[in-house]
Design a protein around this ligand. Structure first.
Ligand SMILES: [Zn+2]
Ligand SMILES: [Zn+2]
Length: 603
């Protein structure tokens, strides 16, 4: 079967099926439409950008009743219509055309691949799919009754060979280094880098010892050590699942943690008096919030003794301050969670940054000879990050949680559990700004509130490498000539993030013991199993191929226009749905789907 050739110079040969991959599954009408659109005879080259514009031979007013089926099929179908249909069918609206080469048969197809966005203003179907996957992940780990087992495969022969080769190179490197043979050292380093890539490709995980031992970390004075909070410490137990009560109930927990108040806010979350609202602390707290959450889990595990597992999401409240929802496996007494929250804090040992020293009119300059930033007038080098940190005697910022701690016991499988999984994942498809209510309907007070917070974030360093440090007369870690003082690309400074730059979903390692990819693969496997049970063989099962994938250039002649790509994806989706429904009806439920997201997905 030939692949689509939108630019073919000759009229289509009736014996050549100009169709998309697996075109044999297209309904005849759809195939006609594809053919009509792909047929160069029906649209001129200048229209290639929008091949769905009405072919000039068609009448300007359309009477569907008097048209043949073929004419109907050739009616204009705008990008908008294609987009609407795609969205309706849960098909990616921004598909990427990929060239798939079957290395066994040599067949080449152009296949639409989903964009995989997690934001619904970019691609609602993909964002929705991503959110459902997170829901499945949350559901699977929350009420686990047995300890998740980490199964590590025994090393393969290839892996062992590669590892041995690496050890030999490692020894050779050390030898060359002692002899001062830098050229050989460099060559060996290249080979090791290559080997490491192969090891990763062969599925080896974990840390590979670097050739050069890292320079000794700067010793911190004991003054700077975070004190262990005043909490009870229970003996360590090797368990992650919750306890059973009354012989059958195994409740789990839903927890919400918030930050302190920075000033009064109205019902929309906007500051009542922006001049008295503490934007400085709000901005710093937002940036250091993930570190505080980390400390919370460390303290919790130390206090309760068992390996507490969690699925947590970071979200903005209406006032734009981050808060944290977490599903915890098992129960921890409410009073204890409150005590842990109260005792948890995080100290930020960064140089002081309260007074701006440089502003846009007068900024530090890079001195090419001294290889550092200098004062624009005196030309004296600014203190380096390490120098600035050495002099610290107290933390510049300390962050704690607010008074409000919300704890709720939830039974597995209950309607309540489902609802809380909904809460946890509700805002994952929105940016922080959107979730905080910054949209069309925002009030003036809300806009002003977010503007003030955003302005403060422009002068709040987001990390030791942040170029905002230069405004405070300190060279960021790893300072280099390309840095522009005050212009940091870090997400924390952006309106879409409002200080919340880290991951939105934080899942502990032994939650479900699966990565998102594992969950995705599991879903695919379930559907295949269901189809196979009734004798339906998916067109492109894992048994086919192997495939080689290529990203074609947008100007390549075999790349169909976007609406066509969309229609193809829709047809695929419909075919797949039909197969799935047939399989479901045929099996009458002997296959129980306990991965509920699969069911959601297929529906
Ligand atoms: Zn998409
Ligand atoms: Zn920054």
């Amino acid at each position: 079967m030939a692949t689509i050739e939108p630019n073919a110079a000759t009229a289509p040969d009736p014996n050549t099926r100009t169709s998309f991959p697996h075109g044999n599954h297209l309904l005849p009408a759809e195939e006609n439409r594809y053919r009509a659109m792909a047929n160069p005879a029906q649209h001129d080259d200048p229209q290639r950008g929008d091949p769905l514009a009405a072919p000039s031979s068609l009448p300007t007013t359309v009477d569907p009743g008097s048209m043949t089926r073929a004419q109907l099929a050739a009616l204009p179908l705008t990008t908008d219509v294609a987009l609407a249909i795609a969205e309706q069918h849960g098909v990616c609206v921004r598909p990427i055309a990929m060239r798939r080469i079957n290395t066994t048969t040599g067949r080449i197809d152009i296949v639409p691949v989903s964009c995989g966005s997690t934001r619904d203003d970019h691609c609602r179907p993909c964002a929705d799919k991503a959110r459902r996957l997170r829901m499945a992940q949350c559901r699977q780990g929350w009420h686990l009754e047995t300890e998740p087992v980490i199964e590590r495969a025994t090393p393969t022969e290839t892996q062992q060979e590669l590892m041995t080769a690496r050890a030999d190179l490692f020894a050779a490197y050390a030898q060359c280094k002692t002899n001062g043979d830098e050229v050989s050292c460099e060559e060996i380093a290249d080979s090791v880098a290559e080997l490491d890539a192969k090891l990763r490709a062969a599925g080896v995980r974990g840390r590979l010892t670097p050739l050069d031992a890292p320079s000794k970390p700067v010793k911190r004075s004991t003054r700077r050590r975070q004190d262990a909070p005043d909490l009870p410490r229970r003996p360590i137990q090797r368990r992650t699942v919750g306890q059973v009560f009354a012989g059958r109930y195994r409740p789990s927990t839903f927890l919400t943690l918030t930050l302190d108040s920075y000033g009064r806010v109205d019902s929309d979350g906007a500051a009542v008096d922006p001049d008295r609202y503490d934007y400085l602390r709000a901005a710093r707290d937002a940036i250091h919030f993930p570190a505080l959450v980390d400390r919370f889990w460390q303290n919790t595990r130390r206090c309760v003794g068992w390996e507490v597992q969690y699925f947590g999401t970071v979200e903005p409240q209406k006032r734009s301050a981050p808060h944290y929802h977490a599903a915890i496996r098992g129960t921890i007494p409410r009073a204890e969670l409150r005590a842990i929250t109260k005792a948890t804090y995080h100290q930020v040992w960064w140089p002081p940054h309260d007074q701006l020293i440089y502003t846009d009119e007068r900024l530090p300059r890079w001195d090419a000879r001294a290889k550092c930033f200098t004062d624009p007038d005196t030309r004296t080098p600014l203190p380096s990050w390490d120098q600035a940190c050495e002099q610290l005697t107290e933390p510049t910022h300390v962050i704690r949680f607010g008074e409000q701690v919300h704890v709720k016991g939830i039974l597995g499988g209950s309607e309540e559990a489902g609802r809380h999984i909904g809460y946890l994942t509700k805002y994952l498809t929105k940016t922080i700004g959107q979730a905080a209510g910054l949209g069309e309907h925002a009030t003036d007070a809300q806009r002003e509130h977010i503007r003030r917070l955003h302005a403060e974030l422009q002068v709040t360093p987001c990390s030791p490498r942040c170029t905002v440090w230069l405004l405070y007369g300190i060279q960021p870690k790893g300072a280099r000539h390309s840095m522009i003082p005050g212009r940091c690309k870090g997400k924390a400074h952006q309106l879409d993030h409002l200080g919340i730059a880290g991951r939105r979903v934080l899942v502990s390692r032994k939650w479900s013991n699966k990565t998102l990819d594992d969950h995705r693969a599991e879903r695919g496997a379930f559907v295949r199993q269901l189809l196979e049970a009734v004798g339906i063989h998916p067109t492109h099962g894992p048994g086919e191929g192997p495939y080689q994938w290529e990203r074609p250039a947008p100007t390549d002649p075999d790349i169909p226009p976007r609406p066509l790509l969309l229609l193809h994806a829709i047809a695929e989706r419909q075919r797949w749905k039909a197969e799935y429904t047939t399989a479901q009806l045929a099996t009458h439920g002997p296959l129980v789907d306990n991965r509920s997201a699969t069911r959601d997905q297929a529906a």
